[in-house]
Design a protein around this ligand. Structure first.
Ligand code: FAD
Length: 458
């Protein structure tokens, strides 16, 4: 029985929910320790404010900017300012600018203390390796940007309800699901994607130019014609039964990420009447409980990330390239031990995701590049998310999944000369995305119990 994938044709992930829940109970304490107590894994660097949405004009009212989100709450004016979507979506806590290489040269030991939080050594969080690699599934954070981005405390900015909703959010999700339309070369959207093999800025510019030239409405029309499933693809997931393994995996990753975001916003929900942050079981029932396929995709992602981290473990322990706090051997040793504790626990179950099945048969091999480019576009779409906190976690999780895919598909590929070394940003994103999924699994189980309790009481 393959409970995780009731509609699976092949065993792309074959493990029962209970196996994964048991595993999560074992891994989660170590993962929380890693992501919540180490400087290295609790700060993330990203370019949060300097990038424009590359796919449509923010000002046309369709993008998910804060104004759109505010509009969606009918009684926004009645809500105390501090509970409004724009306030809830703001980043909190100190965040520091990247010090830049020149500053580092002049003052190699200069700490960022006071701006990143107590006792945070700069050497634990700064990274300089911004080179991009053809094997990346995400757009490197500094692409086409002049700034190196900001450091943000993930602990001070938990992923939770922000009130960001409405047309803006919907447009982003729709565009993300549209990336699932593989090999549709006759409309501008895919034509531009096909050219995008470089991951560099100009490709994104081409795409933008093509979209603008064609006119947004026309593009949407054509996408609809060529992809009858697309606008509705999110509804049931059943449409994907006939698709090849690679396309289904792509869809499941996106849908599982969406399900995890929904779980967090329902779990850490603001009751705007009482001002209390608390689980909202109605929110869970509407967005997840009624859609077992979404929950299945969430578990699927947990299996996928477990496999990626288990596979990465030996590389992290053997390769000298990985340091977790350059220049401070005590912190390095302590953080490394915590990383290995998570990786070893993830490797403690039999392999639950078999990546070797992908990109092999039929149209599989030709899909790999397409798959990678589409994932990069999902990562670019995160710049269209109009709520800072949602954008932070959206970007982090996209990089996390992109890194997992890179580990799964690029680490033992005989065609590639060397195994890519992961950047700090990728490692931080990977482990934090795993932690997000772990807490989603936890929350889903508690929500399920609440629903059962309510049903029994009726
Ligand atoms: P949405 O969640 O917007 O979904 C749109 C449509 O997609 C649904 O109608 C349904 O047809 C389909 N769908 C929904 N879930 C799935 C799934 N799992 N699989 C397949 N199809 C699905 N809000 C917050 O409060 N906090 C956040 O941190 C946050 N982060 C976000 C990050 C991103 C990248 C984006 C785009 C949005 C984020 N939002 C966040 C907004 C949030 O995801 C919802 O868009 C919002 O709450 C409105 O929800 P909705 O009920 O209209 O449906």
């Amino acid at each position: 029985a393959c409970a995780i994938s009731p509609k699976a044709i092949v065993s792309d992930a074959c493990a029962s929910y209970s196996t994964l829940e048991r595993l999560n109970r074992n891994v989660k304490p170590a993962l929380d320790e890693l992501t919540q107590t180490t400087d290295f894994f609790s700060h993330y660097r990203l370019n949060l404010f300097n990038k424009k949405c590359p796919f449509w004009n923010d000002e046309n009212g369709m993008c998910g900017n804060i104004a759109c989100a505010v509009e969606t709450l009918d009684n926004e004016k009645d809500i105390p300012p501090v509970w409004r979507a724009s306030e809830l979506g703001k980043l909190e806590g100190p965040h520091a600018r990247h010090p830049g290489k020149s500053m580092q040269k002049e003052q190699p030991k200069r700490p960022l203390q006071g701006r990143l939080g107590e006792n945070v050594g700069e050497s634990c969080v700064v990274e300089y390796d911004d080179e991009c690699d053809d094997r990346d599934y995400c757009v490197p954070e500094d692409e086409s940007a002049t700034s190196k981005g900001d450091y943000v405390s993930l602990l001070r900015n938990p992923e939770r309800f922000t009130g960001y909703a409405g047309d803006g959010a919907k447009q982003v999700w729709d565009a993300i699901y549209r990336e699932n339309c593989f090999q549709r070369s006759s409309f501008p959207h895919s034509a531009a994607l096909g050219k995008d093999t470089s991951v560099k800025g100009p490709a994104a510019m081409d795409f933008k130019a093509v979209i603008e030239a064609a006119g947004r409405q026309q593009v949407l029309e054509e996408q609809r014609q060529h992809n009858p499933l697309t606008p509705f693809v999110a509804k049931t997931g059943l449409e994907h039964e006939d698709e090849c393994l690679e396309k289904r995996v792509f869809y499941r990753v996106i849908s599982g990420m969406h399900a995890s975001i929904s779980t967090h916003l329902c779990w850490d929900f603001l009751n705007q009447t009482t001002g209390q942050w608390q689980p909202n079981v109605g929110c869970y029932a509407d967005r997840l409980h009624k859609f077992p396929d979404r929950i299945s995709n969430l578990y699927f992602n947990y299996a996928l990330l477990t496999r990626a981290i288990a596979k990465l473990g030996p590389y992290l322990s053997q390769h000298q390239d990985y340091t977790f706090c350059q220049g401070d051997s005590d912190q390095d040793t302590a953080t490394r031990a915590k990383v290995m504790a998570v990786a070893n626990k993830a490797a403690s179950v039999p392999q639950i995701f078999d990546e070797s099945l992908m990109f092999k048969n039929g149209e599989g091999p030709s899909l790999k590049e397409d798959f990678r480019n589409r994932f990069r576009n999902v990562s670019r779409l995160m710049d269209c998310v109009g709520c800072d906190k949602c954008r932070l976690w959206g970007k982090l999780q996209t990089v996390g999944y992109g890194t997992a895919l890179k580990v799964l598909f690029e680490f033992d590929n005989n065609d590639t000369p060397a195994v890519p070394v992961l950047k700090r940003t990728e490692l931080v994103a990977l482990f934090n995305t795993y932690a997000r999924l772990g807490s989603s699994l936890d929350a889903i189980q508690q929500f399920r119990a609440m629903v059962e309790q309510a049903e029994a009481a009726d």
